[in-house]
Design a protein around this ligand. Structure first.
Ligand code: ATP
Length: 436
């Protein structure tokens, strides 16, 4: 049965995955902070994405462009004129709604009269330099993609790239969303993992198909069940003005199907627009055909926060073990925030405590390892299961003599007796990254 959202939200807060931003000041709407375990999981999501799309391929480069960019970029890209929602205000309660969400011609909250619809641009504005006027106004980027387009020519030159090749980037994006909610699904500050894959125009459709297949396989490889994933094509008005075709990879959240990643064929729209507006020729000299072309681009654009949420929800399970409820986050090993936890079986035996602490210290470094002796062993296991810790290492009285510890596997709950001298190798082998 599907897990209720409330359980996930409460687990996230209680166990340090996600906190309300600025909570002690009453919170800032739809902005979230990632706590100690959240930052581990989030970093792991980004790490597995980077590995899959940059390290495992020979046709990709990485980039980290700035959040603040020349304001003309957003004119060229169409964001200044088109990145907007049609809004209505309630004259009674002052709440704002997207026009498309209004079913009757009255306020859905209080039944009050509504204003005429007007456009609202979703980009956050700020100023650069000391003078705050129209000329110094810039934007917080609403996507990372434009940074890739404007650096395209520099990457081609410095990395001596030929078509097809792609540029990948992970970074923050900001959107002053009107209808927010559903926890971190729609936030105002979020992170994106974006690829712009540049191809010869006649091969664009083939590459589009191949990227959809590849990205769908990525979510499955790292643990999301097939039945909770689907690919949905944009049709009619939904298709953005710059795109020839667009498909969304969606996940079945407890609140319904929602987009995890959009994969668009953006044609030569962006590079052409930036050539026009900047006056710099962004065409590509194709050695093979000896002609200048503006490449087409396939854009797989994913949200870190939404992937995080989907991985977490999909991993959550409750089961009965010997008559007791066990909550487990069955996260893929590459995603689990904590890889190993070390406990002394008896916390009032100084020698056992000392040995357990030493073992934890020696395991630390390549990944997150914790030591805990603040509860009975049963409770320590439950605590770790609930946050997805892969291996629990227990030091007992016998460990002092046989120099071995018990290693318990999170999913099977089977226990292995492992020599302390071999423990690091044992865990390294289990945690090894599997290439495709
Ligand atoms: P939606 O239709 O849900 O508003 P979108 O089509 O505007 O999303 P894109 O512009 O295609 O989204 O952005 C690419 C990805 O960035 C999305 O698939 C999503 O994972 C993520 N994303 C976009 N907006 C947000 C947001 N407000 N909060 C969290 N993630 C977001």
């Amino acid at each position: 049965m599907a897990v209720e959202m409330q359980k996930i939200i409460s687990l996230c807060k209680r166990r340090g995955f996600i906190y309300q931003d600025s909570e002690i000041y009453g919170g800032l709407g739809s902005v979230w902070d990632y706590g100690p375990l959240g930052v581990e999981l989030k970093n792991n999501v980004k790490k597995i994405w980077w590995r899959s799309v940059v390290y495992e391929r020979d046709d990709m480069e990485g980039l980290d462009s700035a959040i603040l960019m020349h304001p003309d970029i957003w004119k060229a890209s169409g964001h200044v004129t088109s990145f907007k929602d049609l809004l209505v205000d309630c004259k009674e309660c002052q709440k704002r709604f997207k026009q498309e969400e209004i079913k009757e011609s009255k306020c859905p909250e209080c039944g009050g009269r509504l204003s005429k619809p007007k456009y609202f641009n979703l980009m956050f504005k700020t100023y650069i330099g000391s003078v705050e006027d129209k000329k110094s106004q810039i934007y917080l980027r609403p996507e990372t993609a434009q940074g890739i387009f404007v650096d395209f020519a520099q990457v081609v030159t410095s990395m001596r790239r030929k078509l097809p090749f792609g540029i990948a980037q992970i970074g923050k994006a900001f959107r002053n969303e009107i209808t927010t909610g559903n926890f971190t699904f729609r936030c105002r500050e979020f992170e994106m993992m974006e690829i712009e894959y540049f191809v010869r125009p006649e091969t664009a459709e083939k590459w589009h198909k191949s990227w959809i297949k590849e990205r769908l396989a990525w979510y499955k490889k790292f643990g999301i069940k097939s039945k909770n994933l689907r690919v949905r094509e944009h049709i009619g008005k939904e298709l953005a003005h710059y795109a020839k075709a667009c498909f969304d990879i969606e996940y079945q959240f407890p609140f319904g199907w929602g987009e995890l990643e959009g994969l668009a064929n953006r044609t030569d729209y962006d590079l052409s627009r930036h050539s026009e507006v900047s006056g710099k020729d962004l065409s590509f000299f194709d050695e093979e055909s000896k002609e200048k072309i503006i490449p087409y681009v396939i854009e797989p654009s994913a949200g870190v926060d939404r992937s995080f949420l989907a991985f977490l929800i999909d991993a959550y399970r409750e089961e009965k073990v010997r008559g007791e409820k066990r909550v487990v986050l069955g996260l893929h090993k590459d995603l689990a925030p904590i890889k190993a936890a070390v406990f002394p079986l008896l916390r009032n035996r100084p020698q056992i405590v000392k040995l357990a602490k030493k073992i934890a210290r020696e395991l630390r470094g390549p990944y997150k390892v914790v030591y805990d002796d603040t509860a009975s062993i049963g409770r320590l296991y439950r605590r770790q299961d609930e946050v997805g810790t892969l291996y629990c290492v227990t030091v007992d009285v016998n460990s002092l003599n046989d120099k071995k510890v018990t290693v318990r596997d999170r999913d099977s709950m089977l226990q292995d007796r492992v020599a302390i001298s071999r423990l690091k190798k044992y865990l390294d082998k289990k945690l090894k990254y599997e290439m495709r």
